[in-house]
Design a protein around this ligand. Structure first.
Ligand code: NDP
Length: 440
């Protein structure tokens, strides 16, 4: 697992260490000298407390002792002395379970610069930086892997479970220099704000944002709610991403990367102009009365259209919101910023964790049904390549498009249903959502 921390030295010589991708972990030390500096580093292992037991400034260098106090509940005796003078640091902790020891080592790594660098007199494009939410499994992980393998992208895996994400990245064989993990729980708007703050502290530019994470609760009989009191499927899939996308727009605008993109995953199930979109319960936002009422199940319905709760419909509704939001972003910002806004249906990836809450029989039969009956089955690897195309392929740079792929895996601009392309509804959804996430 990777923890990114901001290490700052203020004018009074105090050194602050603040976790920027986990809930508060704050340490302060006094330094003998006065100087302003800002450093960031990355550490492994979720359950241990990183402590700098001492730090000093010597000829512009920060000398510190990194000390572990706990790993998986055990006390750790080893500590590691390190010296660094680079503005961005990566601290690795390697765990050895058999002896219960965690070693910390600190090596300087450069965050990607904002400009192109020159190698042998030729201009070389720096690595693009892409943030992918929900990259700990399924499509997000497959896309992260596909992008990392090109060596042209640094993937920031924005995930709610650090350890799961780290294990997933390792088992996917992703090279450490091609990814980092930052904490993001879309079920909490506060966590979204902390993520944005932490990302900015990391010093990385933002070139592409992929709003991929989602939950699907088809068998839920009663609603559950986010930390802010909104029905969970819409809260995570739409509102959390809505705030994230709005906050990170400024960062995308600042990027000097040739093609800046903001991608929000859509779905065939939210489009009633397809066969799959007509499988009941059908998606439908109605006049948005439930959303306008707060989607809290107390003062209003937990469903956007104000109807009775239905877990499968809540997911489909959230996907309409995703596709409407992408188009509204395009209308509001594409012309002025040049940012490409896109959505996609990657195909039916019947094996992912999305179906984890479905009944066991469905989970058993759904993949062969998709493979042999509908023939709409797409492997996680293939879907990851499709999403990677939308992230970086020059032929998919058109804005406002909902991409799909045909049986030969060739991309095409797909048609959205009447409701999923309703500009008036998109504007109304935008205005209500802005209020719900505290932007208006
Ligand atoms: P997975 O369940 O495999 O992946 C979903 C990801 O979202 C996981 O990494 C999960 O984290 C993360 N996540 C869930 N809740 C939160 C939260 N509160 N905060 C942060 N992250 C969260 O599903 P898929 O890969 O199939 O789905 C990815 C996207 O693709 C979704 O937007 C889905 O709608 C879309 N899609 C999927 C299709 C399919 O057939 N599978 C078809 C069409 C679209 P964790 O690992 O911690 O659970």
């Amino acid at each position: 697992m990777v923890e990114t921390c901001a290490l700052t030295i203020n004018d009074h010589g105090a050194l602050n260490l603040a976790s920027i991708n986990r809930r508060p972990s704050f340490h302060q030390l006094s330094l003998p000298a006065k100087r302003s500096a800002s450093l960031a580093f990355t550490a492994f292992v979720p359950t241990c407390n990183l402590r700098l037991s001492s730090a000093s400034l010597v000829q512009g260098k920060v000398a510190c002792i990194v000390k572990e106090s706990a790993f998986l509940g055990s006390s750790i005796l080893e500590h590691h002395k390190s010296q660094f003078n680079a503005p961005v640091l990566r601290t690795k902790r390697e765990s050895n379970h058999s002896v219960g020891v965690v070693k910390a080592q600190t090596t300087a790594v450069a965050a990607p610069g904002l400009n192109q660098s020159t190698v042998h007199g030729k201009k070389v494009l720096r690595k693009g930086v892409v943030v992918i939410t929900g990259a700990s499994s399924g499509l997000g992980l497959a896309a992260a892997k596909a992008l990392a393998e090109t060596e042209k992208w640094h993937v920031v895996m924005a995930c709610r479970d650090f350890l799961k994400a780290e294990k997933a990245a390792q088992s996917a064989g992703m090279a450490k220099e091609n990814y980092s993990i930052m904490h993001l729980d879309l079920a909490s708007l506060d966590s979204v704000r902390q993520f944005v703050h932490g990302f900015r502290q990391s010093g990385r530019p933002l070139d592409v944002l992929v709003c991929n994470a989602a939950i699907y609760r088809p068998t839920a009989r009663t609603p559950t709610y986010t930390a802010d009191g909104y029905e969970m499927s819409v809260g995570v899939n739409h509102l959390g991403h809505f705030l994230l996308a709005n906050m990170l727009l400024d960062d995308l605008k600042k990027s000097d990367y040739p093609s800046r993109r903001l991608i929000i995953l859509g779905s065939i199930t939210g489009n009633t102009n397809t066969l799959a979109g007509n499988v009941p319960p059908k998606a439908g936002l109605g006049d948005l009365r439930g959303l306008a009422g707060g989607l809290d199940g107390r003062n209003s319905s937990a469903m956007i259209d104000g109807g009775a709760f239905d877990g499968a419909k809540a997911y489909k509704d959230s996907k309409i919101c995703n596709m409407l939001t992408m188009q509204e972003l395009h209308r509001r910002f594409h012309e002025d910023t040049g940012i490409t806004f896109a959505s996609l249906y990657p195909g039916c990836i019947a094996t992912t964790g999305l179906f984890r809450e479905h009944i066991p029989l469905f989970r058993l039969l759904f993949p062969p049904f998709q493979k042999f009956v509908t023939k709409g089955f797409v492997s996680e690897d293939e879907s990851g390549k499709r999403l990677a195309q939308v992230v970086g392929d020059t032929s998919l740079s058109k804005s406002g498009v909902y991409w799909s792929w045909n049986k030969n895996s060739a991309s095409f601009e797909n048609q959205l249903s009447e409701e999923a392309s309703d500009a008036v509804k998109a504007q109304k959804l935008w205005e209500i959502s802005e209020k719900m996430v505290g932007l208006a």
